[in-house]
Design a protein around this ligand. Structure first.
Ligand code: HEM
Length: 246
């Protein structure tokens, strides 16, 4: 066996007698599973960067370090719960949409799926709705947050019910929508600096010198773009795919 690459199926099955060195396993994985879904590595890296950047201030349980000003007296605990359940949804959902994980561990897929729904999205979206309703970033952001939370909750619940009804095609479609909404919190943050750069020159003209008005406009546009653009792109690619497949 020395010098030859064992067939992936044998490596996966842990076949006795096949001594695959770690680099061979990694290369096999990279050239088969990962290339079949080339988005897995970049999306995984993006999620890791987001969590490493976003979570630390909240792990201190110090409200003074929160990036969101308190909107009401239970705001901070609600935000902490939202972030905890949101992180479960983000990581759990990643495992769910990863093709290799789904095919290699179908039973785990069902278990992680329940965690994604009941220990992730549904509580996180409920908290998001409350946070959105009381958001200090103004009415445009509030409307976006509340609608985004309702769509996130609803898409996930429909996806779950489709799985229970064994309609796996519809289950997949709705769960991809749900996960795109889960990840929209990342794209949301990518828009912020771009919108700020575009609007800042209009501080004295468009916003009459009001930093509050400009800040709320930036937050509002960012919030809306965060989830509408990924959803529109998803539906567009989905329709194109179905047309090509016909
Ligand atoms: C459609 C999905 C989501 C909606 C509608 C939503 C909504 C919200 C709202 C309303 C706030 C408070 C800020 C404000 O008042 O505008 C917030 C904050 C936050 N959310 Fe979400 N969220 C979603 C998904 C997630 C997910 C999946 C995570 C993953 C961890 C997450 C992490 C956070 C963090 C870290 C904050 C604090 C703000 C910061 O430190 O940058 N959110 N979210």
């Amino acid at each position: 066996m020395v010098g030859s690459t064992p067939p992936p199926a044998l490596v996966r099955a842990g076949c006795p007698g096949v001594r695959a060195v770690p680099s061979v396993i990694i290369m096999t994985w990279l050239t088969t599973k990962a290339t079949r879904a080339p988005w897995v590595l970049p999306v995984g890296a993006l999620i890791a960067v987001f969590l490493v950047y976003s979570l630390p201030p909240y792990l201190t349980f110090d409200p003074a370090l929160s990036r969101v000003p308190a909107g009401f007296w239970l705001h901070y605990p609600t935000l902490l719960l939202h972030i905890t359940f949101g992180s479960v949804a983000m990581v759990g959902g990643f495992l769910q949409v990863w093709p290799w994980f789904r095919s290699a561990h179908p039973r785990l897929h069902a278990k992680v799926g329940r965690i994604y729904v009941f220990g992730g999205v549904l509580p996180a979206a409920t908290m998001a709705f409350i946070l959105g309703f009381t958001s200090p970033f103004g009415p445009i952001t509030r409307a976006s947050d509340m609608l985004g939370a309702v769509l996130w909750f609803t898409a996930t619940l429909i996806g779950y019910r489709k799985a229970r009804a064994k309609d796996f095609r519809a289950h997949r479609t709705w769960m991809v929508r749900s996960y795109v909404l889960t990840l929209s919190t990342i794209t949301n943050r990518l828009w912020g600096p771009i919108v700020a750069l575009v609007l800042a020159p209009g501080l004295d003209t468009t916003f009459g010198g009001s930093e509050l008005a400009m800040g709320q406009a930036i937050a509002g546009i960012t919030a809306w773009l965060g989830w509408t653009v990924p959803l529109v792109l998803l539906e567009w690619f989905g329709t194109r795919r179905r047309q090509v497949a016909r």
